[in-house]
Design a protein around this ligand. Structure first.
Ligand code: NOJ
Length: 559
């Protein structure tokens, strides 16, 4: 491949940033973030260096699941702005070299969506089969519910028509029936609408549930015999309409199953998928101070079509799910990072952000972000990670990490002029409050986390091998250390991370290298020599990290 290919397959080395308009920046002083506020802060994103903005749902909503319960797929929540504001934002982002994608939540609607209102009004409604109904008593599905704190079944009895409807999430989120061609047409129309307004694709919510055929009639099952064909159709549709639009899928399944959602080696389904397995292994590795679980997860990734990509992350807007770890492993992570019950949720995850989990240790925090940006894949940040925001455990459930962005030490963290009681969500209190953690201070401090993350973004972008290359774990003797190498053409990047608190010397042997090579540190101003046999010794502080570019004689890569 050539460097110019990085502009075609832009998602292979993008830096994605997720935010909720509602909690990012309030410009009209009503306590709720809005599109005009976000537009005012695009330059923060641009200075950070991100290349793709992922907007959480901004559509009209019943707001019982923070916008993931949509009442109009074509609308804009009036609290957040208008279609005009959305287009202005997309255009401003494009000017700064930032593409915009948005959540596509079509596994379900809100129960207040006009389709469902009509569907439940009568069995003869033209929208009845937009949803999945059953007339006989459903089986026990209590072990399948996604939100066990609120739900005990995936089926809810609708009194009026005496039938049950399927809802894989909350009972107020009835599942759409994608086996119905009319529903599929509607979904395509919705996607086409937003793509036409300038989106570069979608983060697709709950993909395995979307394709699920449970509850369908025999005829529907026959008609919808290969749900993956539908995913192929969606990808082809986005391709036809945009040329380079993406589908970034939420598929929290074992790697082997994720492979199917990429379309196997054909790579004609989801463009990208979050690596939930790698993320969970990262926390286990951190808890144990042992790189083995992470190394194994990365090595176990199935190979994917070169056009596809893994999206790496350390935190998202939901609970930090640990559902794919064993019970013992999960308890280890709980003990290390969220021992109190109030820090845990659904029995499977943590509702904390990373800095408080690490006791605010700046060395460890930087090591984790250095690791995130050096792992093979496309890194995804959740707003506020760049400044080390904490959570507010007084806010219930998963909302604890969705507090207002902290812009300054002023009232409400500079997020809004409204009275604190009117804010869309309360700000963080205590040691991670805006007084101590905010953008304005960190912009002026060359040693801040914000500047460090911006450096990581810059270096990641300068090293397309991280998004494109073959990845290899390098042998070395320390269990606490992950040394890996990404090779792409004449570009070789070696990254070494120490998950342990003690400093270490890491001996490496670099295949194909000799004394004519040099290791140039990309994060610090230093170089390391390689000997005639390709050996080099890397010094690492406790929780230390190094990014080393292997410079061959005559290499024209920038040092
Ligand atoms: C996954 C989203 O990430 C989550 O926030 C939401 O509650 C469910 N899907 C239901 O839409």
């Amino acid at each position: 491949m050539r460097i110019t290919d990085t502009s075609d397959l832009w998602w292979k080395n993008a830096v994605v940033y997720c935010l909720d308009v509602e909690t990012f920046m309030d410009w009209n002083g009503d306590g709720t973030g809005d599109f005009p506020g976000l537009a005012q802060r695009v330059d923060h994103l641009s200075e950070l260096g991100i290349t793709c903005l992922w907007l959480m749902p901004f559509y009209p909503t019943a707001d019982k699941d923070d916008g993931y319960d949509i009442t109009d797929f074509y609308g804009v929540d009036p609290r957040l702005g208008t279609h005009g504001d959305v287009v202005e934002l997309i255009r401003t982002c494009k000017d700064r070299g930032i593409r915009v994608i948005a959540d596509l939540v079509v596994n379900h609607t809100s129960d207040r969506h006009p389709w469902f209102r009509s569907a439940r009004a009568s069995k003869d409604s033209p929208y009845r089969d937009f949803y999945v109904w059953r007339s006989d008593q459903p089986p026990d599905t209590s072990d399948q519910v996604v939100f066990p704190d609120q739900e005990t079944s995936s089926w809810e009895l609708d009194e009026k028509t005496g039938e049950w409807f399927l809802h894989r999430f909350y009972r107020h989120q009835p599942d759409l029936n994608v086996a119905n061609p009319r529903v599929r047409d509607e979904i395509a129309k919705v996607m086409g609408f937003w793509l036409e307004l300038g989106l570069s694709g979608f983060r697709v919510d709950a993909v395995p549930f979307l394709l699920e055929t449970a509850g369908l009639s025999e005829a529907e099952n026959e008609q919808f015999a290969d749900p993956h064909e539908y995913l192929r159709d969606l990808r082809a549709f986005v391709g036809r309409r945009t040329g380079d639009g993406v589908l970034l899928g939420e598929v929290n399944l074992p790697h082997a199953e994720q492979s199917l959602f990429f379309g196997g080696t054909d790579g004609d389904e989801l463009t990208m998928q979050f690596d939930f397995i790698g993320m969970q292994a990262l926390y286990l590795s951190m808890a144990r101070e042992d790189a083995a679980p992470l190394a194994k997860a990365l090595q176990d990734r199935p190979s994917i079509n070169p056009d596809c990509q893994w999206a790496t992350f350390v935190r998202n807007h939901d609970e930090l799910t640990l559902d794919k770890l064993s019970e013992d492993e999960r308890q280890e992570v709980f003990a290390a990072f969220g021992p109190e019950e109030s820090m845990q949720v659904f029995g499977r995850g943590l509702r904390r952000r990373l800095p408080p989990m690490l006791g605010g240790d700046p060395r460890r925090l930087r090591m984790v972000y250095s690791l995130l940006f050096s792992l093979p894949g496309t890194p995804v940040l959740f707003y506020g990670e760049e400044i080390g925001m904490g959570e507010n455990l007084d806010v219930p459930g998963r909302m604890s990490v969705r507090t207002p962005m902290q812009w300054s030490s002023e009232r409400n963290g500079g997020f809004s002029d409204a009275a604190p009681s009117r804010l869309a969500a309360p700000v963080v209190e205590g040691g991670f409050a805006p007084e101590f953690v905010n953008v304005a201070d960190q912009r002026r401090d060359p040693q801040s986390l914000l500047q460090f993350v911006a450096l990581l973004v810059r270096r990641y972008r300068e090293c397309p091998e991280l998004g494109w290359a073959d990845f290899r774990v390098l042998d070395q003797p320390h269990a606490q250390v992950l040394a890996h190498c990404c090779t792409w053409g004449d570009g070789i990047l070696v990254a070494v991370h120490n998950l342990g608190a003690e400093s270490r010397t890491v001996p490496l042997v670099l295949d194909g290298c000799d004394a004519s090579h040099q290791l140039v540190d990309l994060l610090e101003d230093q170089t390391t020599d390689v000997d005639a046999e390709g050996r080099a010794e890397i010094q690492l502080d406790g929780y230390g990290y190094r990014w080393l570019r292997v410079m061959a004689p005559g290499s024209r890569r920038l040092r």
